[in-house]
Design a protein around this ligand. Structure first.
Ligand SMILES: Nc1ncnc2c1ncn2[C@@H]1O[C@H](COP(=O)(O)OP(=O)(O)OP(=O)(O)O)[C@@H](O)[C@H]1O
Ligand SMILES: NC(=O)c1ccc[n+]([C@@H]2O[C@H](COP(=O)(O)O)[C@@H](O)[C@H]2O)c1
Length: 178
């Protein structure tokens, strides 16, 4: 059986990693959808699809499951998003998500969806991690080791701080306020 788990993974953190660990017990193969693949260099989406592929590919090597990382760009039309996902991904039998819109769209399209508990959500949340990165607080303990190394390799903290600087100074055309 093959599963599909999509997230923006900005960045991939220990909450995602726990979810993948549990999914790996239920499926033989897993597709990791890299959501909002066209977005990068903004406060909410600092990392490119390629950088996020490095983070997840190196991290899931911990688990005994064949994994495919597939970038999925956003569409303006939710009604055809599931078809778009299916057109980009290896076929899958079950989708995993805790995102209400994703659950709604897959369910309407007749795809089985499984949810998981939220692990340590007060700190294991992308928004909280990016906030810590911007303010030079501890984020390293909240991500798998390979993610920490990728972020260091690409100068990710400096990038996030720079794109957030223009944003907090009242906005700038080069900084996506989303
Ligand atoms: N701590 C967690 N435990 C379990 N699932 C999680 C956790 N954090 C996120 N998820 C789930 O993983 C999927 C992808 O999440 P996403 O990449 O948006 O991360 P996020 O932490 O919610 O980030 P952001 O704050 O940037 O929106 C979603 O289904 C989300 O609900
Ligand atoms: N219309 C669309 O393009 C559409 C619809 C539903 C989800 N998505 C994407 O799926 C991903 C869901 O991941 P999160 O659970 O991390 O939000 C996001 O990248 C989101 O943008 C896109």
């Amino acid at each position: 059986m093959r599963g599909f788990y999509i997230g923006r993974f900005q960045p991939y953190h220990n909450g995602h990693h726990r979810m993948v660990e549990e999914i790996a017990d239920e499926v033989d193969e897993l597709v990791l959808g890299i959501g909002s693949a066209g977005d990068s260099h903004s406060p909410r989406n600092p990392f490119t699809a390629g950088e996020r592929i490095m983070m997840v590919t190196k991290s899931v090597a911990d688990f005994d499951v064949t994994t495919y990382a597939v970038p999925i760009e956003d569409l303006d039309r939710n009604s055809v998003w599931v078809s778009h996902v299916q057109s980009m991904s290896p076929t899958f039998d079950v989708a995993y998500s805790n995102n209400p819109l994703v659950i709604q769209l897959f369910t309407e399209a007749g795809v089985e969806v499984r949810q998981s508990p939220m692990f340590n959500r007060d700190v294991l949340e992308g928004t909280e991690l990016r906030d810590r990165m911007i303010h030079d607080e501890d984020w390293r303990s909240l991500v798998p080791g390979p993610v920490e190394r990728v972020i260091d390799e690409i100068g990710g903290i400096e990038r996030l701080q720079r794109v957030s600087e223009t944003d907090s100074n009242g906005g700038d055309a080069t900084a996506d306020p989303s």
